[in-house]
Design a protein around this ligand. Structure first.
Ligand code: SF4
Length: 365
């Protein structure tokens, strides 16, 4: 298949791994930001092809994993109201809140629906004028344009029974927060290709400049990731720090300008809490005042709440590349995809789920 087979070709992958091995002369720590990239690395054993001195750690780019506990709790509270229909992506249903999850709320009789797009939620609102339809709008810059479009469409249609519980996060401020952390070990980043398809590359320039850190925008297939690693290794070994784009078949420097425009029309940048990590300045999106009628927080006058993460879950350290999922004492024992203690074990992009599906043997043996 064009644009797929050549990026999974084992001969090309092995040749890249050999070149990486020849170029690495000292230990380096690289982080892939996106959970989709983490799953490819685990699934194809890419880390096992690399020299031992080259460590890949996994970043906070799993949208389900970083959605705050408080947002899950609010979604459950709304879902349990008799006049509300809560619409969510399927991944979110099993994500634990502080006391329950949406799946259990649904079992208790809450009207929880799974949607594959935000526009499906708009259609549900149109078809059910007697229900208050709330869409759980989470994710990175990748999903933000579609969610912005849903709010824009609802406003244009003067829908009065549609709102969104928004928890959108932005990648560059998270990289900045990682770089200023005193615990940081990461020396170079593979930036997330899907996010950059929307946002372009320009906003990563200041990170490269401010921290002298190499960043390569990378794709999601094995050859993409090995190529991105090689580009980073070349820079690191040469003492350089540049922004490069490996994922040129999808990402342009400017990105998808119409998508950025609809985001800017509907959302504004705000401080955002990341699950387990805490609040990061200007790292999220909230609905603008012009869209207040579509903001579930304001429509339902939801209180600002603050809840603690379960002490046993070390997902905050996993999401910052400080620990691997297999370092967690609960991994594969008390925490499994069927009975998750933390979000990274639930999500299709979660690092703990990736290790569970592809590396469980490493713990069992
Ligand atoms: S294995 Fe489970 S408990 Fe441990 S960090 Fe991952 S999600 Fe949290």
């Amino acid at each position: 298949m064009k644009y797929l087979d050549e990026y999974r070709d084992h001969r090309i992958a092995r040749a890249l791994a050999v070149e990486i091995g020849q170029r690495v002369t000292r230990p380096w720590v690289l982080m892939e930001i996106c959970g989709g990239q983490t799953h490819t690395i685990m699934r194809y054993g890419i880390d096992e092809l690399l020299p031992r001195s080259l460590e890949l750690v996994h970043g906070p780019g799993c949208p389900v994993c970083v959605t705050p506990l408080e947002t899950i709790d609010k979604a459950i509270e709304l879902a349990l109201r008799p006049d509300v229909m809560l619409v969510s992506y399927g991944d979110m249903l099993r994500v634990p809140g502080s006391r329950s999850d949406l799946f259990r709320a649904k079992a208790q009789g809450a009207d929880v629906r799974i949607a594959y797009s935000s526009m499906e939620a708009v259609r549900l609102a149109r078809a059910n004028p007697d229900r208050k339809v709330v869409f759980l709008a989470i994710g990175f810059e990748t999903t933000a344009p579609a969610n912005a479009m849903a709010a824009w469409q609802a406003k244009r249609d003067v829908l009065t029974n549609f709102s969104m519980l928004v928890s959108h996060v932005l990648v560059p401020p998270a990289i900045r927060a990682l770089m200023v952390s005193r615990e940081n070990r990461v020396q170079a980043f593979i930036a997330p290709g899907h996010v950059c398809t929307v946002m372009g590359c320009a906003e990563y320039e200041s990170l490269v400049r401010d921290f002298r850190v190499p960043i390569v925008v990378g794709g999601f297939e094995p050859v993409d990731l090995l190529e991105a690693v090689l580009m980073l290794v070349r820079q690191l070994e040469a003492g350089e720090a540049k922004l490069e784009n490996q994922y040129v078949r999808s990402v342009s420097y400017a990105g998808n300008v119409p998508a950025q425009q609809i985001m800017a029309e509907v959302f504004e940048v705000a401080d955002q809490k990341w699950r387990g990590i805490g609040s990061i300045p200007e790292s999220g999106l909230r609905l603008r005042d012009e869209y207040a009628a579509y903001d579930a927080n304001r429509v339902f006058d939801l209180a600002v709440i603050s809840v603690e993460e379960p002490a046993e879950c070390i997902s905050a350290q996993v999401l910052q590349g400080l620990k691997k999922p297999t370092d967690c004492p609960a991994f594969g024992m008390r925490c499994t995809p069927e009975n998750p203690l933390g979000a990274p074990m639930v999500s299709a992009e979660g690092a703990c789920a990736a290790y569970y599906h592809y590396r469980r043997h490493a713990v069992a043996s």
